[in-house]
Write a new protein. Structure first.
Length: 377
């Protein structure tokens, strides 16, 4: 039987959630059935090293250049497709919203299955960054056989923004659960991470404004002045780190709010922390929060896209707080004032983590691919 040829197009393989879960998916698909290619627009990123040797890799530009989204917007989708996609595939996947969607929509062969993945519940301004107008965006998305959202909130937001109904579905991110559970037992040698009896809270993300670490630092300052004792560890790096570090040092709280840098194995830290915190302004379906549940670390998070699907409408599997600075402060205060919540939510995290097994999420994507191909024949 001839293999099904699939192309996944993504902007780059930097250390973001979408990039990571793409590799989790393609590395673990059935390679006897699918011939998979990952193509990046820019040949950059820490995650490139994790591509399986069973997956083909291609790229367009060796280096990233500023204003690339605006640059791609100058050309028609058809022209971009001809320029960047050189081989024939049965299924074409734009794995990240924006320029990738624009390029794949330019495929001239209507028989090819085209799928657009969406990871974020964006507002209209963010949504339109890669398009010339809402009309153009709608025309582009109408060329796809399926629009996949990583959570129901992502799908609902997309449908509300575009008015396009009936082409969307939800497919949860793939996490390498067995690998995560193995890696989380690795030894921690980072001297900044102090393994004592003090309550430990961690966050894992790029240190950028939308991840909300500055408002976490401000909540931390307030709680420290109220006499609470605990430590916060942040795994990740990014453009906002120096600004937050400056704030911590100015307020003499840098010893209890520590940046550990980027680590390819954050799980060993998350598993040794009491709580995982997500203070984000927005998420799609948080990979880091899902991974925290997999290792059995309970989650306290702001109300972002996908969190109610992950943790329950009524905080059954974790604590969801208002998406505001006050919400972050109150969430932190709640777990500090009520230490009994730790055992309850640790047990609940382990139960919920089992829902996001790698096999189930990969099987769901493979089944969708096969059904769309059969439908198009």
């Amino acid at each position: 039987m001839e293999k099904i040829k699939v192309l996944f197009l993504i902007h780059d393989l930097m250390h973001g959630g979408a990039e990571k879960v793409l590799l989790n998916l393609v590395n673990n698909m059935d390679h006897s059935k699918f011939d998979i290619t990952v193509q990046t627009l820019f040949d950059v990123g820490i995650n490139k090293q994790f591509i399986s040797d069973k997956v083909h890799y291609k790229t367009v530009y060796k280096r990233m250049f500023r204003g690339n989204t605006k640059y791609f917007k100058l050309f028609s989708p058809e022209k971009l497709y001809r320029k960047f996609i050189k081989d024939e595939y049965d299924i074409l996947v734009a794995y990240l919203e924006g320029s990738c969607t624009r390029i794949i929509s330019g495929c001239p062969d209507e028989k090819k299955v085209k799928i657009a993945w969406r990871h974020f519940a964006e507002n209209e301004k963010e949504f339109l960054q890669a398009y010339r107008s809402m009309d153009e965006a709608k025309k582009i998305y109408q060329k796809f056989d399926k629009v996949v959202g990583v959570s129901q909130t992502v799908v609902d937001t997309f449908e509300k923004l575009t008015g396009l109904k009936g082409i969307s579905t939800v497919k949860y991110n793939t996490n390498e659960t067995d690998k995560i559970l193995k890696l989380c037992t690795d030894e921690v040698t980072n001297k900044k991470f102090i393994q004592d009896d003090v309550l430990k809270i961690c966050g894992v993300a790029k240190v950028r404004p939308r991840k909300g670490f500055m408002r976490l630092a401000k909540a931390h300052k307030k709680l420290q002045s109220e006499g609470y004792k605990y430590r916060i560890y942040i795994l990740g790096e990014g453009e906002e780190q120096s600004k937050i570090q400056e704030y911590l040092e100015k307020n003499n709280i840098e010893d209890s709010f520590l940046f550990l840098g980027y680590d390819t194995n954050p799980y060993k830290y998350v598993a040794r922390c009491d709580w995982f915190i997500c203070p984000s302004f927005e998420e799609g379906f948080s990979t880091a929060a899902t991974e925290a549940l997999v290792v059995g670390t309970p989650v306290v998070t702001t109300l972002c896209s996908g969190m109610k699907e992950m943790l329950g409408e009524n905080n059954e599997y974790g604590i969801i707080v208002e998406n505001s600075s006050e919400g972050v402060y109150q969430g932190m205060k709640k777990i500090l004032d009520h230490p009994e919540l730790l055992k309850y939510y640790t047990d609940q995290a382990k139960k919920r983590g089992a829902k996001f097994s790698m096999k189930d999420t990969v099987d769901a994507v493979e089944k969708m691919f096969e059904e769309l191909l059969e439908k198009g024949m």
